[in-house]
Design a binder for this molecule. Sequence first.
Ligand code: 5AD
Ligand code: SF4
Length: 456
Amino acid sequence: MVEKLEEPKKVFVKTYGCQMNVYDSNRMEDALEQDGYERTSDMADADLVLLNTCHIREKAAEKVYSEVGRIRKIKEKRADTNRPMTIGVTGCVAQAEGSEIMKRAKAVDLVAGPQTYHRIADIVHRAEQGQRPVETEFEIEEKFAKLPAATAKQVQARGVASFLTVQEGCDKFCTFCVVPYTRGAEVSRTAKQIVDEAQGMIDAGVREVTLLGQNVNAWHGEGFDGREWGLGELLHELAKIKGMERLRYTTSHPVDMDESLINAHRELDCLMPYLHLPVQAGSDKILKAMNRHHTVEDYMHIIDRMREVSPDMAISGDFIVGFPGETEEDFEETLNVVRKVKYASAFSFKYSTRPGTPGADMKNQVPEDVKSERLQRLQALLNQQQEEFNQTCVGRKMDILLEKKGRRAGQLIGRSPWLQSVIVDESLGNPGDIVHVEITEAAPNSLNAVLAQKEQ
Ligand code: 5AD
Ligand code: SF4
């Protein structure tokens, strides 16, 4: 009798939140693939479903519970046909809620916090045996060093622009933020690990690498020359990799913007003229209450320095409105900062109380309707600035990196140096090509372009 060959098990990972979670999901998928799993984009077809969650704003945990409720129905259906499904919750909600998830959601088979992913295959195996593991410890060992490297095929499947986490966690303790509690203390990967991983990406065909970290510019480590390096020096080393066409980094904190990083923007052609530098609020009183360790003047000084070294630098930011104690005057100061900086893009949020953070216990909380009204005014201004920025690009010639097919047939989407999506005709080239184009039209969220002649 011929034994029936077992089909490989399938894994479906759903990612919430920031780019660091996207990177983590990729690394988990890679590790599981190398452990014999196959990826699927159809949840109903998956033997293993992982929800890689985010806890940054309110209702995160509730959303996860309701999503698990929906998946439970699929799990039950599959059980009827003897095809078991394992459900896992990973990421920051897993870290924050821990075994509470197991109590409240009986369908969940494993809970794994962000610092345990190097053991994800083992955790999954234990869950499959019915152990319901909960892994939320912070380990001193480095998870990324222990996760298997992605294969060239795995890198290629994700396209020509890749993320690379270089730093994780945070020691800053802004009073609104859960990150120091869910991701743990600030840890930098070694320069060698990072350069090796970047080299692997470039060898596999990647053209643009975005370095990631909750505080990416706090990255530091021993350099190849024996000196202590900061992000500026690391970028210099990465720029030496042949075929590294573009480098980016995000997210930066104002207090860690040193001169070496600022100057790297003048010194390195491949470092894109784009800086995501959250200010959060425009009043010194609120910045102090947020424990940001800098003033509005400090922030404006960095923006000025950046534009000195790279005059066409695009600035992006994050804002929180309605932090406890924020008055109308404080909020007006935020609008003033926006008017002065002129942002190319930005993210803005209503303050959301996070249990366990100092902000949650502050007395002078701002009413919800006031927060909503301020957010609307701020977003109107930021949207207007983004549109204006895009309009200034019309008629301009620039290099774009072609990334992928567009939504319509015959189109390709590329990226401008300033992170805008640029739509072009597919005859211009293939993903991975850098083409010189002229912008013909600007919409709020994208640009259109045609091939341009290189200037002599
Ligand atoms: N409420 C609202 N926004 C928040 N952010 C972080 N914590 C909170 C919170 N409690 C925002 C900040 C940060 C971005 C990633 O999310 O602006 O920069
Ligand atoms: Fe959160 Fe502040 Fe750390 Fe950013 S710097 S992750 S906002 S605590």
